[in-house]
Ligand binder design. Structure first.
Ligand SMILES: [Zn+2]
Length: 416
């Protein structure tokens, strides 16, 4: 017994597993999930004897469309260096630059592996990680993450995205895009009020079209109303016919625009087929930050308006344990838990923002809604429903992969 719930994972002698009387995300009422040979053999309404919400709650695996495995878990080192205070995104960027000489292949492998182990234990099946690309040379993290992508296949579908410093364009773009193509990765850049931004955006799209690459941008991560790279990217997506292949992260400055302007931009984003990733932890930590004062502006893109307009809107972890965000544990559910009060979200309506939507954008069929015939990859939670799950951060979860429960969450938290 855990929190009054029977943990429903006793398999019958023939190997059939029946999770009885569970709530299933996206389905009304209570159900029995029948698992056989690693597959969801059936999902049937629970018998009349099981009318109370005692069976627990089942969600898809989680998916995290935006993390930084190259930067992660550097905060201990950074703090040990007695850093200057971080008062903005650009202070954080400067501190990360100071740490970058430590990023050997071995160092990156250790830190990124620790991150993937945590994500896997939380029930994450899909991750897209950006990799800083700050000069013409291939970053040390790139081949390491390519190796980890192979090593983790079948456990975590890892997609890798090159994150070019915007000023590398247009000169170095072609060579990097060709490498990204060879490594079957995603092409992307960081843009914030760059000089000649329209040309740089156009270069990114031309290279992506030439090499048939998906795009992923860090755009408008700041609170100056003049920052509107998002509109340039939306226009280019429409012009190049790249619906469903262009993801934009942040768009903080969109939060400062009038409702009319927001509507115009998100309508255009929806019709162009651009996806939006909102990163609450890093934005809340860095936007409108200053020593000795409380933030007033929170920098979250208007995600409800974007979704209402028809854009795919996702929520992701972004930075974990680095100068941009010194906390976090690769648990998208904890990020949704934060976003619910911050952005006034209905938990039921937004579960797809950390499951099926990011999985689809990352080209994975893990993290799909529970249905008969699918591989038995899902998470059982000791909770009655989404609201209860959001309310109680310590509710137990059991991650099922191919019908078998993972051992209890045992990633080594002492390895800091
Ligand atoms: Zn990011």
């Amino acid at each position: 017994m855990t929190n009054g719930h029977d943990i429903p994972h006793a398999a019958a002698p023939d190997g059939t597993l029946r999770l009885s009387g569970v709530g299933v995300a996206g389905l009304p009422g209570r159900h029995d999930i029948v698992v056989k040979d690693g597959v969801v053999a059936d999902v049937v309404p629970a018998g009349s004897a099981v009318v109370e919400a005692g069976g627990g709650f089942v969600t898809p695996l989680l998916a995290d469309a935006h993390v930084h495995l190259d930067k992660t878990h550097t905060i201990g080192r950074i703090r040990a260096g007695v850093p200057a205070p971080i008062e903005s995104l650009f202070d954080a960027i400067a501190l990360m630059e100071e740490d970058r000489p430590n990023w050997t292949a071995a160092d990156i492998r250790l830190r990124a592996s620790r991150a993937l182990e945590a994500a896997f234990a939380h029930g994450v099946g899909v991750v897209r990680s950006h990799v800083d690309w700050v000069s013409l040379d291939m970053p040390a993290a790139w081949p390491v993450l390519c190796e980890l992508r192979e090593e983790w296949k079948g456990r975590v579908d890892l997609e890798i995205a090159a994150l070019l410093r915007g000023d590398l364009l247009p000169d170095a773009g072609a060579e990097i895009a060709a490498q990204v193509r060879r490594d079957e990765a995603v092409f992307g850049a960081f843009f914030y009020r760059n000089a000649d931004l329209e040309t740089r955006v156009g270069t990114m799209f031309a290279l992506a079209a030439h090499h048939d690459l998906k795009l992923d941008f860090h755009v408008d991560e700041g609170l100056e109303p003049e920052a509107d790279g998002l509109s340039l990217i939306i226009d280019a997506t429409a012009r190049f016919g790249m619906a469903g292949r262009v993801l934009c992260g942040h768009a903080c400055s969109l939060s400062l625009r009038s409702q009319d302007e927001v509507k115009r931009i998100v309508d255009a984003g929806a019709s162009a087929g651009v996806g939006l990733v909102v990163l609450p932890t890093t934005n809340l930590h860095l936007q409108d930050r200053g020593t000795g004062r409380t933030p007033r502006l929170r920098g979250l893109a208007p995600l409800k308006e974007a979704r209402a307009a028809g854009m795919d809107v996702m929520i992701a972890s972004d930075n974990v344990g680095d100068a941009f965000y010194p906390y976090g544990d690769y648990d998208p559910l904890s990020v949704l838990r934060l976003a619910v009060p911050v952005a006034h979200l209905e938990p039921d309506a937004w579960l797809d923002s950390i499951t099926s939507l990011p999985a689809r954008w990352c080209g994975s069929d893990l993290s799909m809604p529970i249905a008969k015939g699918m591989p038995a990859d899902f998470i059982w939670h000791a909770a009655t429903d989404m609201g209860d799950l959001i309310s109680r951060p310590r509710s137990e979860r059991i991650v099922y992969r191919r019908g078998a429960p993972l051992p209890a969450q045992n990633h080594d938290w002492r390895n800091a």
